[in-house]
Write a protein of this length. Structure first.
Length: 334
């Protein structure tokens, strides 16, 4: 089998490529290295440093592939309120390019990675796949809009497709120098520099965190099995629904760090409680939580200790700066 992976130098894409190669199959991967790292790319990957928005190149590089797994995007939730053009362009528009190239190449299966941001604020917890989506930020809206088009185009062209909706994913290789996303990686990076973690609001927002190994297991099922089509799957450890304060404490314990968080005003439109039911993934994919939050954090800490802390890179422009823009971003305080 020949699998095409977008975002192959990124966190999820690189781990998935490793698994497919371990299975004896071939990977073609693209990444523009904005959020990815070339060191993440398995040497056996046929790699192209390319932007997914280049339709002509996507068509060219995808030739001969059987399956497309589309993970590439600028996955910035709250930040998308203040850079809506850039974030949605690199979420929705690039999906149209990859999708069109897949149809032109007569790809047999298309797997799209969406986001929990699609759900927004809901009256009932946990979120289930049949809920009406109410995204509260442009990133979530772009992810959900892309889902709808994937369904339309794949149905029209008789292409198998499935959509995954991971909880917040953690694990080794997660980008640690991005000040706008990846809360666990940001906290680890700051604490290793002797700095207190920054927490927005009161820190009582609650989330679940998925270890990358558990997520890759589910994607693997969708790539290799032929009995699943037109399905949406939440993926994540819904047993561990924790506050951001608890996350900070878990990281501090792993680092033996004296914790005294810096609390700053809450970010606009942030969802207070967000967790998904993974019952469908358990039933149809054989999903189970094999890596606990504590173990996942320990693995992240060990990797970052070996690599060392890094400076935060403010390479994304803030398009909208006003009194609602978090000062931590404007003044580069992370």
């Amino acid at each position: 089998m020949k699998v095409f992976i977008t975002g192959v130098a990124g966190f999820m894409g690189s781990h998935l490529a490793d698994r497919i190669i371990e299975n004896g199959d071939y990977v073609v991967g693209v990444d523009n290295l904005i959020g990815g790292d070339i060191d993440n790319v398995n040497p056996k990957v046929e790699f192209y440093n390319e932007d997914c928005d280049n339709l002509e190149k996507m068509v060219e590089h995808m030739k001969g592939c059987d399956v497309v797994f589309h993970a590439a995007c600028t996955a910035h939730d709250g930040f998308s309120l203040f850079s809506p053009y850039y974030i949605t362009k690199n979420t929705f528009q690039i999906t149209m390019s990859v999708l069109s190239a897949a149809i032109q190449n007569k790809i047999s299966k298309f797997i799209y990675c969406s986001s929990m941001s699609r759900y927004g604020e809901q009256e009932i917890l946990p979120f289930t796949e049949d809920m009406l989506c109410k995204p509260r930020v442009p990133y979530g809206a772009a992810k959900y809009a892309a889902e709808l088009v994937v369904q339309q185009i794949c149905d029209l062209n008789n292409v198998y497709f499935n959509i995954i909706v991971p909880h917040n994913i953690i694990g080794p290789r997660q980008c640690a120098n991005d000040p706008f996303r990846n809360v666990a990686a940001i906290m680890i990076n700051r604490m290793l520099q002797g700095k207190q973690p920054v927490i927005y609001g009161d820190g009582e927002q609650k989330r679940c965190f998925s270890d990358i190994e558990d997520v890759v297991f589910c994607i693997e099922q969708l790539i290799y099995r032929s009995d699943l089509n037109r399905e949406i799957f939440n993926i994540g450890p819904d047993e561990e629904f924790v506050t951001i304060n608890t996350l900070a404490r878990t990281i501090a314990d792993a680092l033996d760090f004296e914790l005294n968080p810096i609390y700053v005003p809450q970010r606009p439109n942030e969802v207070k409680y967000a967790t998904c039911s993974s019952d469908k993934a358990r039933k149809l994919l054989g999903y189970s939580t094999k890596v606990t939050l504590e173990e996942g954090i320990r693995r992240m800490v060990e990797e970052r200790k070996k690599k060392g802390p890094v400076e935060f890179d403010y390479h994304y422009d803030i398009e909208i700066v006003n009194d609602k823009t978090p000062k931590t971003w404007v003044d580069r305080l992370i």
